[in-house]
Write a protein that binds this ligand. Structure first.
Ligand code: GTP
Ligand code: MG
Length: 324
């Protein structure tokens, strides 16, 4: 199964002679639009998008700055097509990659129909949230403030909520509370989002869940395991290139290279006697098997490529979109 070519068996739409999917005509009153999921790092944006579309396409981790590229997740209901744009957490840039991330988030804010500004309900509103609120207030895009992680709120949650409600009141934003992990409040969130969309067409075939090629998601699933399994200094210095995807009737062979900046990072990634790389490989393989719903053989290589984060050319080579 190719994610980008997933097609429903319904006869609602069909293949053209060239093999392309014809997107069906939207019924009267159908709504659609792009919803930018914006917020500080680690507030649960990617977890939320996965939960809303019902499939894991975005990687998540307890480490801030997990998401690097904008990623679209598509939810099609009877009444609407919601195209979520998951974005990297917004923070003050420290190097070239950081600047690219913030710049891309700004572009995302201006290019969507609605912004869903996600905040962490387990902590009070802070400088980071106000920095983003300020960015949003300068844009014309309507904003909904979403208070996430309510499953983990302490007993005096009202105080925390109030810190965000105050911000929303100042800006006249609607608010909604939910948990991206348990799913509580997501029906209400979905309704509020649809309410804020305009009538519109199907932008994508009804059962497509993402605009990203399977290869990109495979690379991300490998990066997720590196985030989860290696020491702090490594995760932010890696980039994954998928070198080969070869499908046979019984198994899919995937060859990938993990690029790091220093020999020491290569050492950590490979581990004693190759144990770390083995652990990363077998966990990532399981995730990729779920993605493609089939057997996978995964082989990983590690290569040192100094200072890739400082170089725009290298960023582009490794698949980071540097948007102008
Ligand atoms: N308890 C709880 N944890 C959550 C919830 N949503 C997300 N998390 C956790 O918060 C952490 C960060 O989640 P992500 O979805 O990666 O956060 P993000 O906002 O996409 O982070 P960046 O991509 O780094 O900006 C993970 O450990 C999630 O499991 C929630 O509703 N409740
Ligand atoms: Mg994320």
């Amino acid at each position: 199964m190719k994610v980008e070519q997933k097609v429903s068996s319904s006869d609602n739409y069909s293949f053209s002679l060239s093999g392309e999917v014809t997107i069906p005509q939207a019924p009267p009153g159908f709504k659609s639009g792009f919803i930018g999921i914006i917020g500080r790092p680690n507030v649960g944006k990617s977890t939320l998008m996965n939960q809303l579309i019902g499939q894991k396409i975005a990687i998540t981790s307890p480490i801030a700055q997990t998401t690097r590229n904008r990623l679209r997740g598509i939810l099609t209901t009877e009444a609407a097509q919601l195209i979520f744009v998951d974005t990297p957490g917004i923070h003050k840039p420290h190097h070239q990659l950081g600047e690219v991330l913030v710049k891309n988030a700004r572009i995302a804010i201006d290019s969507v129909d609605v912004v869903l500004f996600v905040v962490d309900g387990t902590a009070a509103c802070g400088g980071g949230d106000r920095f983003i609120a300020e960015l949003l207030s300068r844009s014309q895009t309507p904003v909904i403030l979403g208070i996430n992680k309510i499953d983990e709120q302490p007993s005096d949650a009202q105080k925390l909520d109030d810190s965000y409600l105050q911000l929303a009141k100042e800006q006249q934003w609607r608010t909604v509370k939910f948990s991206a992990v348990t799913g509580v409040g997501l029906v209400e969130l979905q309704e509020l989002l649809i309410e804020n969309l305009e009538p519109g067409p199907f932008y994508y075939p009804p059962d497509l869940v993402t605009d990203q090629p399977e290869r990109f998601i495979m690379g991300e699933l490998i990066r997720e395991q590196i985030l989860l399994l290696t020491r702090e200094e490594v995760p932010h210095s890696v980039a994954i290139a998928i070198d080969l995807v070869e499908e046979t009737p019984s198994i899919t062979r995937v060859l990938a290279t993990i690029h790091v900046e220093r020999d020491s990072q290569k050492g950590i990634l490979i581990g004693k006697g190759g144990t770390m790389l083995k652990a990363i490989g077998s966990a990532a393989r399981e995730q990729i098997q779920k993605l493609i719903a089939g057997k996978v053989y995964l082989e990983l290589f590690v290569k040192v490529q100094p200072k890739w984060r400082q170089s725009r050319v290298r960023l582009a080579e490794l698949g980071y979109r540097v948007e102008e």
